[in-house]
Design a protein around this ligand. Structure first.
Ligand code: GLU
Length: 466
């Protein structure tokens, strides 16, 4: 059997971390088994589904590097197929048209509630032989078995059993002719040959209805794996209140996709006490039975820690590619400054996120607006301009624009002037970057480039002399 999993988001908003974790688990399981992963956009709710949400889902999946083998499929493009299946179920007597009015259903509901019963359709039209005119509105209901139980062995939750008497004849086609979620999901999973349904545990209660439908269609029932939800660090359901929840917000905040993926895989899954996983390791070790039964809490500190780890340890090109995205968002012209790889090399240990790194490195690509007043107050003293002048002279004559010889030349200058290196380096940093914090002065000069460095030092001399 070829394992086939899917991620089936409803495009009603951005992709949040809970959805991304479900997608990751589904993807990992398919890859672990040498199987296939399908992306399906469940956009039948036309009121709430939007194109920007679809774009955000696709962009997030691509950013996280969760490549799908099939799709994206769109449910709205499969309406003919759904109609075909509904007609078949009607013809086979496995579904029926229900003409009950809103008023009748409402009254029934109120009476059931008044008697302390769970509201459910009473099957009024199930065996009715009433005649109806062709223009009378109706919904189509699935004939759920009335007896026995429906059971499944969930890979996370264990054995789950529902009595059919608790389930009613649910609607599979609305009065406007559109099919409903519980119906489409089964037709799709059956048609697409999905063997393992990995999804959030908010769908546990839909599963018995769906299983009855699989059986009615004569389709094999997949394995179900319902993953517990993600809580915020205060133990309540993760929401915007806890900070970023959308995947693309994490990108904007400067996290690496590798860090977020590593963070998400550990959110409800473990392999011994290992915390850091390369993608090939995740694929190798991933198993459904190691998914935790209990909800997991989001811990931003741990994500920060992973991000710092990956900023320092990933191949530099990968970090630089992500940094370039941030620089471009800040309108930097990448051709007007250093190779982003050099920035990563100089800043990986000094910054926590790529957003911070890009903000700090922007001065190597375009002019900065002003000198940091606190830095000026602290470091521009009497004599600083003379130091800058002496440094400019040495740097203008420097034979090679490389960090080490530049560092050495400036350290010789400090010795010659009998002042500490800070008194040379800090005014220079202010001149070069507008701030008194930057990597080693040699690295800073290299990042700035020869021409821009010399110009900026000259400009600072003019500015601080005035
Ligand atoms: N479209 C559903 C949702 O976004 C998921 C359906 C499923 O995974 O079965 O919640």
């Amino acid at each position: 059997m070829v394992v086939k999993t899917r991620f089936a988001p409803s495009p009603t908003g951005y992709l949040h971390v809970g959805g991304a974790r479900t997608a990751l688990f589904s993807w990992l399981y398919a890859k672990h088994c040498g199987g296939q992963f399908v992306l399906r956009i469940e956009d039948t709710d036309r009121e709430r589904s939007t194109q920007p949400a679809i774009d955000a889902i696709i962009e997030s999946m691509q950013w996280l590097n969760l490549a799908w083998d099939e799709g994206p499929y769109y449910q709205t493009k499969r309406f003919d197929r759904y109609r075909e299946v509904i007609d078949k179920l009607l013809a086979e007597g496995k579904a029926y048209k229900c003409y009950c009015s809103k008023e009748r259903l409402e009254k029934m509901r109120e009476e059931q509630m008044a008697h302390g019963l769970k509201p459910r359709y009473d099957g009024h039209c199930r065996d009715s032989h009433e005649e109806h005119s062709p223009d009378e509105p109706y919904v189509v209901r699935f004939k759920n078995p009335t007896e026995g139980t429906v059971a499944f062995d969930d890979m996370v939750k264990g054995h789950i059993e529902f009595s059919n008497s608790e389930l009613d004849d649910f609607i599979i086609q609305r009065s406007d002719g559109t099919p409903t979620y519980n119906f489409c999901v089964v037709v799709d999973d059956a048609d697409m040959g999905i063997t393992h349904v990995i999804r959030g545990d908010d769908h546990v209660n839909n599963t018995p209805r769906q299983i009855n439908l699989y059986k009615a269609l004569g389709a094999p029932v997949p394995v179900f794996c319902h993953v517990a939800m993600i809580l915020g660090d205060d133990g309540t359901k993760l929401s915007k209140r806890h900070g970023a929840v959308s995947v693309m917000q994490y990108r904007e905040d400067g996290y690496l996709p590798q860090a977020l993926v590593n963070y998400l895989v550990r959110l409800g899954w473990s392999h011994g006490d290992q915390e850091i996983f390369s993608v090939p390791e995740m694929i190798e070790y991933f198993s459904l039975d190691a998914i935790s039964k209990s909800a997991s809490s989001f811990n931003t500190k741990k994500l920060d820690w992973l991000n710092a780890h990956y900023m320092k340890t990933l191949p530099i090109e990968e970090v630089a590619a992500e940094l370039a995205w941030h620089l471009e968002r800040l309108q930097a012209d990448l051709k007007a400054g250093p190779d982003p790889k050099l920035v990563v090399k100089a800043y990986a240990e000094r910054t926590h996120t790529l957003k911070e790194m890009a903000a700090k490195a922007l001065c190597y690509y375009q002019d900065f607006a002003s000198y940091d007043p606190a830095g000026v107050k602290k470091w521009i003293k009497e004599g600083s301009v003379d130091v800058l002048k002496a440094a400019l002279e040495i740097l203008t004559a420097a034979p090679a624009w490389e960090a080490q010889p530049l560092d050495e030349a400036l350290s010789d200058l400090a010795k010659r002037l009998e002042i500490g290196m800070g008194k040379v380096g800090q005014p220079l940093r202010l001149a070069l970057t507008g701030t008194a914090t930057s990597p080693g002065i040699g690295d800073t000069l290299v990042l700035c480039g020869r021409e821009r460095s010399l110009q900026r030092i000259a400009a600072a001399i003019a500015y601080f002399s005035a």
